[in-house]
Design a protein around this ligand. Structure first.
Ligand code: COA
Length: 332
Protein backbone atom coordinates (compact mmCIF):
# COMPACT_ATOMS: atom_id res chain seq x y z
CA UNK A 1 0.00 0.00 0.00
CA UNK A 2 1.25 3.48 -0.84
CA UNK A 3 2.37 5.38 2.21
CA UNK A 4 0.50 8.62 2.97
CA UNK A 5 2.67 11.38 4.36
CA UNK A 6 1.99 14.90 5.55
CA UNK A 7 3.48 17.57 3.31
CA UNK A 8 3.81 21.27 4.05
CA UNK A 9 1.99 22.93 1.16
CA UNK A 10 2.24 26.56 2.30
CA UNK A 11 3.78 28.79 4.95
CA UNK A 12 3.08 32.31 6.17
CA UNK A 13 4.27 34.57 8.98
CA UNK A 14 3.24 37.65 10.88
CA UNK A 15 5.49 40.10 12.73
CA UNK A 16 4.06 42.95 14.79
CA UNK A 17 5.34 46.29 13.48
CA UNK A 18 7.17 47.67 16.55
CA UNK A 19 10.90 46.92 16.55
CA UNK A 20 12.85 46.92 19.83
CA UNK A 21 16.55 47.22 18.98
CA UNK A 22 19.62 46.78 21.18
CA UNK A 23 20.11 50.51 21.41
CA UNK A 24 16.69 50.98 23.00
CA UNK A 25 17.24 47.93 25.26
CA UNK A 26 20.52 49.38 26.49
CA UNK A 27 18.53 52.37 27.78
CA UNK A 28 16.20 50.01 29.70
CA UNK A 29 18.79 47.71 31.36
CA UNK A 30 22.56 47.69 31.88
CA UNK A 31 23.63 46.10 28.58
CA UNK A 32 25.24 46.93 25.24
CA UNK A 33 24.72 46.06 21.59
CA UNK A 34 28.21 44.57 21.64
CA UNK A 35 27.45 42.19 24.56
CA UNK A 36 24.17 41.04 23.04
CA UNK A 37 25.64 40.53 19.57
CA UNK A 38 28.67 38.63 20.93
CA UNK A 39 26.87 36.42 23.47
CA UNK A 40 23.51 35.90 21.70
CA UNK A 41 23.57 37.31 18.14
CA UNK A 42 20.35 39.34 18.27
CA UNK A 43 20.16 42.87 16.89
CA UNK A 44 16.43 43.53 17.15
CA UNK A 45 13.10 41.85 17.88
CA UNK A 46 9.46 42.66 17.04
CA UNK A 47 7.12 43.47 19.92
CA UNK A 48 3.31 43.43 19.98
CA UNK A 49 2.59 46.77 21.65
CA UNK A 50 -1.13 47.19 21.05
CA UNK A 51 -3.02 46.95 24.35
CA UNK A 52 -5.53 44.12 24.56
CA UNK A 53 -3.87 42.07 21.81
CA UNK A 54 -2.39 38.64 22.43
CA UNK A 55 -0.82 35.64 20.73
CA UNK A 56 -4.10 34.72 19.02
CA UNK A 57 -4.18 38.05 17.17
CA UNK A 58 -0.78 37.39 15.62
CA UNK A 59 -1.69 33.75 15.02
CA UNK A 60 -4.90 34.78 13.28
CA UNK A 61 -2.99 37.17 10.99
CA UNK A 62 -0.56 34.41 10.02
CA UNK A 63 -3.42 31.96 9.39
CA UNK A 64 -5.36 34.47 7.25
CA UNK A 65 -2.24 35.06 5.12
CA UNK A 66 -1.71 31.30 4.82
CA UNK A 67 -5.30 30.65 3.74
CA UNK A 68 -5.15 33.44 1.12
CA UNK A 69 -1.79 32.31 -0.18
CA UNK A 70 -2.81 28.67 -0.55
CA UNK A 71 -6.30 29.46 -1.89
CA UNK A 72 -7.82 27.51 0.98
CA UNK A 73 -11.26 28.19 2.40
CA UNK A 74 -11.39 28.40 6.21
CA UNK A 75 -14.22 25.85 6.18
CA UNK A 76 -11.92 23.27 4.54
CA UNK A 77 -9.48 23.17 7.47
CA UNK A 78 -10.24 20.19 9.67
CA UNK A 79 -7.63 20.56 12.43
CA UNK A 80 -5.69 23.53 13.84
CA UNK A 81 -2.89 23.08 16.37
CA UNK A 82 -1.27 26.01 18.17
CA UNK A 83 2.02 25.40 19.94
CA UNK A 84 2.48 28.25 22.42
CA UNK A 85 3.80 29.09 25.89
CA UNK A 86 2.08 32.46 25.84
CA UNK A 87 -1.59 31.50 25.40
CA UNK A 88 -4.14 34.33 25.47
CA UNK A 89 -5.65 32.72 28.58
CA UNK A 90 -4.94 29.66 30.74
CA UNK A 91 -8.13 28.41 29.10
CA UNK A 92 -9.70 28.20 26.58
CA UNK A 93 -7.01 27.14 24.15
CA UNK A 94 -5.51 29.84 21.93
CA UNK A 95 -6.07 27.46 19.01
CA UNK A 96 -9.84 27.72 19.61
CA UNK A 97 -9.60 31.53 19.56
CA UNK A 98 -7.49 31.59 16.38
CA UNK A 99 -9.98 29.27 14.66
CA UNK A 100 -12.82 31.56 15.71
CA UNK A 101 -11.04 34.69 14.48
CA UNK A 102 -10.30 33.16 11.09
CA UNK A 103 -13.65 31.53 10.32
CA UNK A 104 -12.30 28.00 10.75
CA UNK A 105 -15.57 26.42 11.84
CA UNK A 106 -15.26 22.78 10.73
CA UNK A 107 -12.12 21.92 12.67
CA UNK A 108 -11.23 20.81 16.14
CA UNK A 109 -8.31 22.68 17.64
CA UNK A 110 -5.98 22.54 20.62
CA UNK A 111 -2.76 23.97 22.02
CA UNK A 112 0.54 22.18 22.56
CA UNK A 113 2.89 23.26 25.34
CA UNK A 114 6.39 22.13 24.52
CA UNK A 115 8.06 25.56 24.73
CA UNK A 116 10.68 26.13 22.03
CA UNK A 117 10.19 22.60 20.66
CA UNK A 118 6.45 23.24 20.33
CA UNK A 119 6.48 23.57 16.56
CA UNK A 120 8.24 20.23 16.11
CA UNK A 121 5.91 18.45 18.55
CA UNK A 122 2.85 19.96 16.80
CA UNK A 123 4.22 19.13 13.36
CA UNK A 124 4.62 15.49 14.32
CA UNK A 125 1.14 15.36 15.92
CA UNK A 126 -0.37 16.92 12.78
CA UNK A 127 1.56 14.52 10.61
CA UNK A 128 0.19 11.50 12.52
CA UNK A 129 -3.40 12.70 12.09
CA UNK A 130 -2.80 12.97 8.33
CA UNK A 131 -0.89 9.68 7.93
CA UNK A 132 -3.74 7.76 9.56
CA UNK A 133 -6.22 9.41 7.18
CA UNK A 134 -8.16 10.95 10.06
CA UNK A 135 -7.61 14.54 8.91
CA UNK A 136 -6.73 16.09 5.52
CA UNK A 137 -6.03 19.82 5.89
CA UNK A 138 -4.21 20.75 9.07
CA UNK A 139 -2.75 24.07 10.18
CA UNK A 140 0.06 24.32 12.70
CA UNK A 141 0.47 27.90 13.89
CA UNK A 142 3.17 28.88 16.38
CA UNK A 143 2.06 32.13 18.07
CA UNK A 144 3.99 33.79 20.86
CA UNK A 145 3.75 37.10 22.65
CA UNK A 146 6.97 36.48 24.57
CA UNK A 147 7.04 40.14 25.61
CA UNK A 148 4.09 39.37 27.91
CA UNK A 149 6.27 37.08 30.10
CA UNK A 150 9.62 38.85 29.68
CA UNK A 151 10.94 40.94 32.57
CA UNK A 152 12.31 44.13 31.02
CA UNK A 153 14.26 44.86 34.21
CA UNK A 154 16.23 41.56 33.92
CA UNK A 155 19.18 42.00 31.58
CA UNK A 156 19.92 38.28 31.49
CA UNK A 157 16.62 37.39 29.78
CA UNK A 158 15.10 40.49 28.18
CA UNK A 159 17.46 40.68 25.16
CA UNK A 160 16.55 37.13 24.14
CA UNK A 161 12.89 37.15 23.17
CA UNK A 162 10.57 38.56 20.51
CA UNK A 163 6.94 38.30 19.40
CA UNK A 164 5.70 36.64 16.19
CA UNK A 165 3.45 34.01 14.67
CA UNK A 166 3.98 31.69 11.73
CA UNK A 167 1.82 28.97 10.25
CA UNK A 168 2.09 26.01 7.90
CA UNK A 169 -0.59 24.10 6.02
CA UNK A 170 -0.17 20.32 5.94
CA UNK A 171 -1.91 18.04 3.43
CA UNK A 172 -1.65 14.36 2.53
CA UNK A 173 0.66 13.26 -0.27
CA UNK A 174 1.74 9.96 -1.74
CA UNK A 175 4.91 11.51 -3.22
CA UNK A 176 8.23 10.87 -1.48
CA UNK A 177 8.03 14.26 0.27
CA UNK A 178 6.75 15.66 3.57
CA UNK A 179 7.46 14.75 7.18
CA UNK A 180 9.72 11.69 6.88
CA UNK A 181 10.66 11.13 10.52
CA UNK A 182 10.70 12.83 13.91
CA UNK A 183 12.82 12.14 16.98
CA UNK A 184 11.33 13.88 20.02
CA UNK A 185 12.45 13.90 23.65
CA UNK A 186 11.64 15.50 26.98
CA UNK A 187 13.16 15.51 30.48
CA UNK A 188 11.37 17.15 33.39
CA UNK A 189 14.69 17.97 35.03
CA UNK A 190 14.42 21.17 32.97
CA UNK A 191 11.87 22.64 35.38
CA UNK A 192 14.64 23.69 37.76
CA UNK A 193 16.45 25.70 35.13
CA UNK A 194 13.70 27.30 33.05
CA UNK A 195 10.18 28.11 34.21
CA UNK A 196 7.69 30.74 35.30
CA UNK A 197 7.39 30.74 39.09
CA UNK A 198 3.77 31.80 39.54
CA UNK A 199 0.43 31.90 37.79
CA UNK A 200 -0.09 28.13 37.63
CA UNK A 201 -1.85 25.80 40.07
CA UNK A 202 1.22 25.41 42.31
CA UNK A 203 1.38 29.14 42.99
CA UNK A 204 -1.66 31.02 41.73
CA UNK A 205 -1.36 34.73 41.07
CA UNK A 206 -1.51 36.94 44.16
CA UNK A 207 -0.35 40.39 45.15
CA UNK A 208 2.78 38.77 46.57
CA UNK A 209 3.64 36.94 43.34
CA UNK A 210 3.21 40.11 41.34
CA UNK A 211 5.34 42.11 43.79
CA UNK A 212 8.03 39.42 43.58
CA UNK A 213 8.00 39.61 39.73
CA UNK A 214 7.20 35.90 39.49
CA UNK A 215 5.09 36.07 36.33
CA UNK A 216 8.13 36.28 34.08
CA UNK A 217 10.57 33.82 32.52
CA UNK A 218 13.06 32.50 35.07
CA UNK A 219 16.13 31.07 33.36
CA UNK A 220 19.50 29.77 34.53
CA UNK A 221 21.21 30.72 31.30
CA UNK A 222 24.41 28.72 31.54
CA UNK A 223 22.70 25.44 32.49
CA UNK A 224 20.15 25.83 29.68
CA UNK A 225 22.92 26.72 27.25
CA UNK A 226 24.89 23.54 28.04
CA UNK A 227 21.84 21.32 27.64
CA UNK A 228 20.75 23.07 24.44
CA UNK A 229 24.14 22.81 22.74
CA UNK A 230 24.52 19.11 23.40
CA UNK A 231 20.92 17.92 22.92
CA UNK A 232 20.12 19.89 19.76
CA UNK A 233 23.33 18.73 18.10
CA UNK A 234 22.97 15.11 19.31
CA UNK A 235 19.41 14.72 18.05
CA UNK A 236 20.26 16.28 14.68
CA UNK A 237 23.27 14.02 14.17
CA UNK A 238 21.13 11.03 15.27
CA UNK A 239 18.63 11.89 12.51
CA UNK A 240 21.44 12.17 9.93
CA UNK A 241 22.92 8.80 10.89
CA UNK A 242 19.53 7.06 11.01
CA UNK A 243 18.68 8.04 7.42
CA UNK A 244 22.10 8.35 5.76
CA UNK A 245 21.74 12.11 5.50
CA UNK A 246 25.07 13.82 4.84
CA UNK A 247 26.30 17.41 4.53
CA UNK A 248 26.08 16.84 0.74
CA UNK A 249 22.53 15.53 0.47
CA UNK A 250 21.11 17.82 3.17
CA UNK A 251 19.90 21.14 1.75
CA UNK A 252 19.30 22.99 5.04
CA UNK A 253 19.41 22.84 8.80
CA UNK A 254 16.46 24.90 10.08
CA UNK A 255 17.29 25.37 13.76
CA UNK A 256 15.31 26.95 16.57
CA UNK A 257 16.68 30.47 16.99
CA UNK A 258 17.64 30.92 20.67
CA UNK A 259 21.32 31.83 20.53
CA UNK A 260 23.65 32.11 17.53
CA UNK A 261 26.32 30.15 19.42
CA UNK A 262 23.91 27.21 19.89
CA UNK A 263 22.99 27.31 16.18
CA UNK A 264 26.66 27.43 15.10
CA UNK A 265 27.56 24.54 17.41
CA UNK A 266 24.74 22.42 15.98
CA UNK A 267 25.68 23.19 12.36
CA UNK A 268 29.33 22.40 13.09
CA UNK A 269 28.55 19.05 14.75
CA UNK A 270 26.51 18.12 11.66
CA UNK A 271 29.45 19.08 9.43
CA UNK A 272 27.35 21.62 7.54
CA UNK A 273 28.81 24.69 5.84
CA UNK A 274 27.33 27.99 7.17
CA UNK A 275 25.42 28.56 3.92
CA UNK A 276 23.26 25.50 4.69
CA UNK A 277 22.20 26.77 8.12
CA UNK A 278 19.15 29.03 8.28
CA UNK A 279 19.72 32.03 10.55
CA UNK A 280 17.41 34.98 11.14
CA UNK A 281 17.85 35.36 14.92
CA UNK A 282 19.47 38.79 14.43
CA UNK A 283 16.14 40.22 13.21
CA UNK A 284 13.55 38.47 15.38
CA UNK A 285 15.23 36.99 18.49
CA UNK A 286 13.76 33.90 20.12
CA UNK A 287 10.06 33.72 19.24
CA UNK A 288 9.76 30.25 20.83
CA UNK A 289 7.37 28.08 18.78
CA UNK A 290 7.35 30.56 15.89
CA UNK A 291 11.08 30.50 15.07
CA UNK A 292 11.14 27.44 12.80
CA UNK A 293 8.06 28.30 10.68
CA UNK A 294 9.35 31.89 10.44
CA UNK A 295 12.57 30.47 9.02
CA UNK A 296 10.65 28.29 6.54
CA UNK A 297 8.65 31.36 5.50
CA UNK A 298 11.85 33.30 4.83
CA UNK A 299 13.49 30.36 3.06
CA UNK A 300 10.48 29.47 0.95
CA UNK A 301 11.81 30.92 -2.30
CA UNK A 302 15.08 29.01 -1.96
CA UNK A 303 13.48 25.60 -1.36
CA UNK A 304 12.84 23.01 -4.06
CA UNK A 305 10.74 19.90 -4.17
CA UNK A 306 12.64 16.99 -2.65
CA UNK A 307 15.12 19.14 -0.67
CA UNK A 308 16.16 17.44 2.56
CA UNK A 309 15.71 19.64 5.62
CA UNK A 310 16.46 18.90 9.25
CA UNK A 311 14.43 21.01 11.67
CA UNK A 312 15.89 21.03 15.19
CA UNK A 313 14.89 22.58 18.49
CA UNK A 314 15.54 22.66 22.22
CA UNK A 315 13.43 24.36 24.86
CA UNK A 316 11.81 24.55 28.26
CA UNK A 317 10.67 21.29 29.82
CA UNK A 318 13.27 20.33 28.79
CA UNK A 319 12.02 19.35 25.35
CA UNK A 320 14.05 18.75 22.22
CA UNK A 321 13.93 17.03 18.89
CA UNK A 322 14.63 16.91 15.19
CA UNK A 323 12.39 16.39 12.19
CA UNK A 324 13.51 15.21 8.76
CA UNK A 325 11.37 16.95 6.19
CA UNK A 326 11.46 16.63 2.41
CA UNK A 327 10.22 19.90 0.98
CA UNK A 328 7.11 19.40 -1.17
CA UNK A 329 7.06 22.21 -3.74
CA UNK A 330 9.23 24.44 -5.92
CA UNK A 331 9.37 28.24 -5.57
CA UNK A 332 6.21 29.79 -7.00
C1 COA B 1 21.38 33.79 28.48
C2 COA B 1 22.75 33.72 27.86
C3 COA B 1 22.78 34.52 26.57
C4 COA B 1 23.76 34.31 28.82
O1 COA B 1 25.04 34.23 28.26
P1 COA B 1 26.25 33.64 29.11
O2 COA B 1 27.43 33.73 28.25
O3 COA B 1 25.84 32.30 29.62
O4 COA B 1 26.36 34.69 30.26
P2 COA B 1 26.33 34.44 31.83
O5 COA B 1 24.96 34.18 32.28
O6 COA B 1 27.40 33.47 32.20
O7 COA B 1 26.80 35.87 32.32
C5 COA B 1 28.11 36.36 32.08
C6 COA B 1 28.20 37.77 32.60
O8 COA B 1 27.45 38.63 31.73
C7 COA B 1 26.53 39.37 32.50
N1 COA B 1 25.35 39.62 31.66
C8 COA B 1 24.22 38.86 31.57
N2 COA B 1 23.37 39.42 30.72
C9 COA B 1 23.96 40.55 30.27
C10 COA B 1 23.56 41.56 29.38
N3 COA B 1 22.38 41.54 28.75
N4 COA B 1 24.42 42.58 29.13
C11 COA B 1 25.61 42.63 29.74
N5 COA B 1 26.04 41.70 30.61
C12 COA B 1 25.22 40.68 30.87
C13 COA B 1 26.23 38.53 33.70
O9 COA B 1 25.73 39.32 34.73
C14 COA B 1 27.58 37.95 33.99
O10 COA B 1 28.34 38.92 34.66
P3 COA B 1 29.34 38.50 35.85
O11 COA B 1 30.36 37.63 35.17
O12 COA B 1 29.87 39.81 36.31
O13 COA B 1 28.52 37.78 36.85
C15 COA B 1 23.14 32.26 27.54
O14 COA B 1 23.40 31.59 28.76
C16 COA B 1 22.11 31.51 26.77
O15 COA B 1 21.89 31.78 25.61
N6 COA B 1 21.50 30.49 27.38
C17 COA B 1 20.56 29.64 26.70
C18 COA B 1 19.34 30.38 26.30
C19 COA B 1 18.40 29.45 25.63
O16 COA B 1 18.76 28.75 24.74
N7 COA B 1 17.21 29.40 26.11
C20 COA B 1 16.38 28.39 25.64
C21 COA B 1 15.08 28.76 25.61
S1 COA B 1 14.73 27.94 24.21
Amino acid sequence: MTKIRAAITGVAGYLPPYILNNEELSRMVDTTDEWIMTRIGIKERHILKEPGKGSSDMGAEAVKLLLAKTNTLPGDIDLLICPTVTPDHVFPATANIISHKTGITNAFSFDVNAACSGFLYALQIASQFIETGYRKKVIVVGAEKMSSITDYTDRTTCPLFGDAAAAVLLEPTTDEVGVMDAILHSDGVGLTHLHMKAGGSVKPASHDTVDAREHYIYQEGQAVFKWAVSKMADVSVEMMEKHNLTPDNLAWLVPHQANLRIIDATGNRMGLPPEKVMINIQKYGNTTSATIPLCLWELENKLHKGDNLILAAFGGGFTWGSVWLKWAYDPK
